[in-house]
Design a binder for this molecule. Structure first.
Ligand code: NDP
Length: 291
């Protein structure tokens, strides 16, 4: 038989997690602060817990997916004495420091702790393409991997509890950089009267072609050689970049999403790195000297 699971938190994501577990045949107990949100899941076969303590006691695997770190404590603290011997998997987004705090708290109460970062939106749960980052207790991961794989592809990042949150933040930061670029690009062309939908396929094609930058930049960074295989020099890119800002202004588009990169490019050129690749900007970020 399949392991029993308790799911605490039935927002958009917690509901998707519980639905996937039910669909895969796991005995599933659900709890939510606002009890009415348990109804649709109970109709699909979930057991309703009257309170958090009952939910924690019902299964050896306890998944928590609440709004934020304070909500995890406000929900779980009253049931802390029920955690002993259980695996607590926190799928609530948070910082690495918050994950470390929860790991210490869980171990004080005798629970194995895993922190998770969900790299999916709710409709992707249980479908190919979704993955979840985990860090913390290897025993808990090994024991419940088969169950966690029902939710999404599981990626274990080691015993440091904060690592999943760090990688999650890094991935989302990369995503927001892309969102910023896409929004700026669409603002430019729509200011000219082009429909966004007309331009979008070309934008995707270009971004796909450029996504290899993650790999080439990583090689330059790991070798601390920003001139390695350079095809577009920083000096050239810095010159062109100023023109991008001019074009935005000429078209009545605010350059504010794009503008912050300009001073970093100019500083690297001024420091004598114009012949290198743009990757060397990381030096300004890592030292914190970029302000
Ligand atoms: P929702 O806003 O849909 O749900 C929030 C949940 O938290 C509800 O169950 C709510 O209960 C509960 N809650 C809030 N405050 C408290 C509290 N003080 N005590 C107890 N319960 C509380 O959020 P999502 O389900 O979308 O997100 C949940 C987590 O998953 C977040 O950390 C989010 O970052 C993460 N996540 C979400 C993704 C998404 O696309 N949705 C993607 C990846 C991660 P109530 O019903 O009573 O209000």
């Amino acid at each position: 038989h399949k392991p029993a699971v308790s799911v605490l938190g039935l927002g958009a994501m917690g509901t998707a997690l519980a639905e996937a577990l039910l669909a895969a045949g796991h005995p599933t107990t659900v709890w939510n602060r606002t009890p009415a949100r348990t109804d649709p899941l109970v109709a699909k076969g979930a057991a309703r817990a009257a309170d958090v303590g009952e939910a924690v006691s019902a299964s050896r695997l306890v998944l928590v997916c609440l709004l934020d770190h304070p909500s995890v404590h406000s929900a779980l603290d009253p049931a802390a004495d029920r955690l002993r011997g259980r695996a607590l998997v926190n799928l609530t987004s948070g910082t690495p420091a918050q994950a470390e705090e929860l790991a210490t708290w869980a171990s004080c109460h005798g629970a194995d702790f895993l922190d998770g970062g969900i790299m999916a939106v709710p409709p992707m749960i249980g479908k190919p393409g979704a993955f979840v980052l985990y860090s913390g207790s290897r025993d808990a991961f090994d024991a419940y991997r088969g169950t966690l794989d029902v939710l999404a592809d599981s990626r274990y990042l080691g015993t440091e509890p904060g690592r999943a949150a760090l990688y999650d933040t890094a991935l989302l930061s990369g995503m927001y950089g892309m969102f910023m670029g896409i929004l700026h690009a669409l603002a430019l062309v729509t200011a000219d009267g082009t429909a966004a939908g007309e331009f979008a396929p070309m934008l995707r094609e270009w971004l796909d072609a450029m996504s290899g930058f993650a790999t080439s930049a990583a090689e330059q960074i790991d070798r601390a050689d920003y001139a390695l295989g350079v095809v577009s020099s920083l000096a050239m890119q810095a010159t062109g970049f100023d023109e991008f800002l001019d074009v935005a202004r000429e078209r009545g588009v605010s350059p504010e999403l794009l503008a912050p990169l300009g001073p970093l490019l100019r500083r690297r050129v001024a420091d004598g790195h114009g012949h290198e690749d743009i990757t060397g900007v990381i030096e300004l970020l890592r030292t914190g000297s970029a302000g």
